[in-house]
Design a protein around this ligand. Structure first.
Ligand SMILES: *Cc1c(COP(=O)(O)O)cnc(C)c1O
Length: 369
């Protein structure tokens, strides 16, 4: 049995009629950018998240960068980001000229630890950028309480959390704005790069509609110094075809995650994911932790199982951030998790038999130790 970490073909097999129809609709329309498909997707996605506005952009990184541009974050400003997470979140801050200020994770959930926030806030702090990592919302209730006290903007990184909930409210509707990615591997994925911003703020939404299109809404009338960051008609049409299936696909992930949690309980030194009672994760990734991570990864690979590491190098130790001067030991939790986390395969098209095979292969690894 082979268990790939990601395979896009079964999704096409399931939605062939809808995706083919989407393709033909766009080809027949003769219109490929900033048209009816994008407008319709923006309305449908905003409604599904429960926000007033969705602005389609080229990818998740630029979604966050554009929000920071729109609210005027720039040189001399600081934005608090998770020390444990994906580098794109940091890059959005760096690309507007501001400084990422890393915050260590809560050891149970790996999400930004609100208890450490107060110590990091300065007069320069303009925004907090929590990631809803692995498909589970950060402790946004605690984060927004602290942010409100200091009048700081909360920008969610909702790239891994389409449909996830905190106290019943959806990721993407929990802060002042959210950056979303529709990279093909995400829970809601396009068939190329794509992204969006969600927000309830109509002025911010209007500014973002300019900023994604060279700063103009009326051609050749440029109000701001914008980017070229647009979500194409074709990708919007594909996303419209997939969006109605997101909830069912997330439910399948929830069922498989429960299977993992049951079968891997008490196995070896594995730390399993922790779900607070207010959180409803959508299991973008199923991440376990072990001191024997690299050997387990090799064992799984030898048995045809595609596992992953999210992520092997914390951003502060990446070569890209070397000029910022961080060093080993600066963020010990992030550094430790980078050495210990392992993502087991989970997706709407994995079968229960595949998950059982992964669990048996993991148990076999620890039996032999
Ligand atoms: C995928 C991802 C991004 C970046 O999204 P792109 O669309 O690839 O630019 C940012 N943050 C997190 C947490 C992600 O998983």
């Amino acid at each position: 049995m082979k268990v790939p970490i990601l395979d896009l073909k079964p999704a096409y097999d399931e939605l062939r009629a809808e995706l083919d129809a989407a393709y033909h609709r766009v080809m027949e329309s003769g219109w490929v950018l900033l048209g009816k498909e994008l407008e319709a997707f923006e309305a449908e996605y905003a409604a599904s998240v429960g926000v007033g506005h969705c602005i389609g952009v080229a990818n998740g990184l630029e979604a966050m960068q554009l929000v920071l541009m729109a609210i005027g974050v720039g040189p001399g400003d600081e934005v608090i980001v998770p020390s444990h997470g994906y580098i794109a979140t940091w890059l959005a801050v760096t690309h507007v000229g501001a400084r990422p200020v890393p915050c260590e994770p809560d050891p149970l959930t790996y999400n930004l630890d609100p208890a450490r926030l107060a110590a990091l806030i300065t007069l320069r702090t303009k925004a907090i950028l929590p990631i809803h990592l692995y498909g589970q919302t950060a402790n946004i209730a605690a984060i927004t309480t602290i942010a409100a006290r200091h009048d700081i903007f909360v920008l969610e990184d909702a790239a891994q959390s389409h449909g996830a909930r905190s106290y019943g409210r959806q990721a993407g509707a929990l802060g002042d704005a959210a950056g979303v990615s529709f990279y093909p591997s995400k829970n809601l994925g396009a068939l190329a790069d794509a992204g969006a911003v969600t927000t309830n703020d109509p002025e911010l939404a209007d500014k973002l509609r300019h900023l994604r299109n060279y700063g103009s809404k009326v051609r050749y009338h440029n109000e701001y110094l914008g980017l070229n960051s647009r979500l194409s008609e074709l990708q919007a049409a594909f996303l419209r075809a997939k969006l109605p299936h997101l909830a069912a696909w997330n439910s399948r992930r929830v069922v498989l995650a429960a299977r993992y949690l049951e079968q891997l309980h008490g196995v070896g030194d594995l730390t399993l994911p922790h779900v607070p009672d207010w959180a409803e994760p959508v299991w973008h990734l199923f991440v376990v932790r072990t001191a024997h991570r690299d050997a387990l990864l090799a064992h799984l690979a030898a048995h045809g199982i595609g596992a992953g590491i999210h992520y092997p190098i914390p951003p502060h130790l990446s070569n890209a951030y070397a000029p910022a001067g961080w060093k080993r030991g600066d963020f010990p939790l992030a550094e430790r998790y980078a050495n210990e986390v392992l993502s087991l395969p989970i997706g709407p098209h994995h079968t229960a038999e595949q998950i059982d095979f992964v669990c048996e292969t993991v148990r076999e690894f620890f039996r032999k130790k």
